[in-house]
Design a protein around this ligand. Structure first.
Ligand code: G4P
Length: 531
């Protein structure tokens, strides 16, 4: 195997998804700890900064030059080169959160054992399913009182529609948490509350056949429950099947406690074996295999506002094939230009370092003078193909934009169009009238503030946003076949169009979406927009 193939094969690129507070940051910190990337957990991202109010967030963004929400971390563990993509949550939830998933080959879903499946997990999960990427579940906080294990698994299966296969099984929870049972090795790994953030924990591994040792370690009651549960489990749960895992149809489930560092390394080791090496990507010339092709990449995220005076932007790209080195010239397919990527960098925790080389699977950020758009392809000058575009994700908040000073119409249109191009917001118009009325849609409400702030600061345009009550948007998949004027909608439905003239429907209630589908035979609605 050549160096290129070796380098690519040892790469694992995944996103971590969860509802805020499930323990994503804590788990990431522990991963880094095992990778030796940090000495003591607690430094992935400043807790304090993550919780700042909106206005502070803007300042932080400017000061640090890079969004606190855009971390891509790379570290080494056991011969693997691991890229973790963080999916911003809290008030930073935005379309970027979804786009991040387009750059990952698999996803780790962190669930709080006392809460089960929560709203944000559900949303992100949908995108993983659309991409059919493997999903690994880490049920966290077992050191706290947890929901019943069978019920937790049932909830994942019912709510998310994916089969589950527990790799290990918890013995009790909260104060009664005794450890986990490793189903493959048929042994119990005992829990001991380790010091926060340290690697050393006193665990014992006891074969399940050693009844004396086990009852001594976990108690007779826990032993009896475990024996019953194993029997139930072996009869009821899906069998492990790597192919189904890699097709995104079965999720391996692990139990642990990120805070006390229990079950984290177990998870990491199994996950790295089960997840995939960088996957081939679809292009208009067919699948592009990572190791058999020269350098190629696609842009999945653009981070604006790095430097107000220059309107600096950083384009984040995922390398899909070959090797990148800083001296080479590449072609920006959509722009039709051959160029050298300037200031390629990798983001390590909060630091940025200029990088010399990178391989398929890696994520790099390059300086963007305003030429890249989300979904653009970069490849070698002699090649000519385009990666499949990134879909537009459904915004959930809408507002009508009113411009305060109508004399500044030109700047306003320019500003809002540019911001929309970067993908921070989506803009729409009334279906039957022109550009006068602009409706803006966002995935996370913070984007409204970002829009207002940026129009004022970068384009000197003041706006007022009037919130609209719609929460559901649908693209019309078969728009050629549907006569919008004849569409029978519900009373809360509103027809709009995007800038390309594509018709869309807005609804206040989810129920109305179904109703409209019922009333219009043959109508196909989608939550994702594609060009
Ligand atoms: P997030 O990134 O998914 O939003 O979650 P984060 O890791 O920030 O964790 C949220 C809270 O849950 C933190 O507590 C964290 O310490 C706690 N936590 C994470 N994993 C576990 C676990 O396995 N067991 C228990 N008991 N708690 C866990 P906090 O009080 O909000 O913050 P901090 O003051 O502890 O930093």
């Amino acid at each position: 195997m050549g160096t290129l193939e070796k380098e690519i094969n040892r790469r694992r690129t995944f996103a971590i998804i969860s509802h805020p507070d499930a323990g994503k940051t804590t788990l990431t910190e522990k991963f880094l700890l095992y990778g030796g990337a940090i000495n003591l957990a607690g430094s992935v991202k400043g807790k304090a900064t993550a919780r700042h109010a909106v206005s502070d967030w803007m300042e932080i963004e400017k000061e640090r030059g890079i969004s606190v929400t855009s971390s891509v971390l790379q570290f080494e563990y056991d011969g693997f080169c691991i890229n973790i993509l963080d999916t911003p949550g809290h008030q930073d939830f935005s379309e970027d959160t979804y786009r991040t998933l387009m750059a990952a080959d698999s996803a780790v879903m962190v669930i709080d054992a006392s809460k089960g499946v929560e709203a944000q997990t559900r949303k992100l999960f949908k995108v993983c399913v659309m991409r059919k990427i493997p999903i690994f579940t880490f049920i966290n906080k077992m050191d706290r009182d947890a929901n019943d294990t069978f019920e937790l698994l049932d909830e994942i299966e019912k709510e998310l529609g994916i089969a589950t296969c527990p790799v290990n099984w918890p013995i009790g929870s909260g104060k009664g948490f005794k450890g986990v049972y490793d189903r493959d090795e048929q042994c119990v790994i005992t829990f001991s509350d380790t010091e926060k953030g340290t690697k050393e924990g006193e665990t014992r591994v006891i074969p399940v056949t050693d009844e004396t040792a086990l009852t001594g370690a976990i108690g007779e009651d826990a032993f009896a429950t475990l024996t019953d549960e194993i029997e139930l489990l072996d009869g009821a749960s899906a069998e492990f099947d790597l192919e189904l895992v890699q097709a995104g149809e079965l999720t391996p489930v692990f139990f642990g406690s990120a805070l006390t560092n229990f079950g984290v390394e177990f998870f990491l080791q199994h996950f790295l074996e089960m997840t995939t090496t960088p996957l081939p990507r679809k292009s208009d010339k067919g699948l592009i295999a990572p190791a058999e092709n020269d350098f190629s990449a696609f842009v999945f995220k653009i981070q604006a506002n790095m430097n107000k005076a220059h309107r600096d932007r950083i384009a984040f790209m995922r390398i899909c094939s070959g090797k990148y080195d800083a001296s080479m010239e590449v072609k920006h397919v959509q722009g039709g230009k051959v160029m050298r990527l300037s200031q390629p960098q990798q983001i390590m925790a909060s630091e940025r370092k200029i990088l010399e080389e990178a391989y398929a699977g890696d994520i790099i950020g390059v300086f963007d003078p305003g030429i890249f758009s989300i979904g653009d392809t970069l490849c070698m000058p002699k090649e000519q193909f385009r990666y499949e575009g990134i879909p537009t994700f459904a915004p959930e908040h809408f507002a009508r934009v009113r411009q305060m000073d109508t004399m500044k119409r030109k700047q306003f249109v320019k500003g809002i169009t540019q911001i929309a191009q970067e993908g921070a917001i989506q803009i729409f118009q009334e279906f039957n009238t022109g550009m006068e009325e602009i409706i803006v849609g966002v995935v996370g409400v913070l984007q409204f503030d970002v829009l207002k702030y940026r129009l004022e600061n970068e384009y000197n345009v003041e706006i007022r946003l009037e919130p609209l009550p719609y929460e559901h948007i649908r693209w019309i998949e078969n728009k050629e076949e549907v006569d919008l004027n004849k569409l029978v909608g519900t009373s809360d439905m509103k027809k709009i169009k995007d800038l390309k003239g594509n018709p869309l429907l807005l609804f206040i209630n989810a129920w109305s979406v179904g109703m409209t589908l019922d009333r219009n035979e043959g109508l196909i609605l989608s939550e994702f927009g594609r060009d």
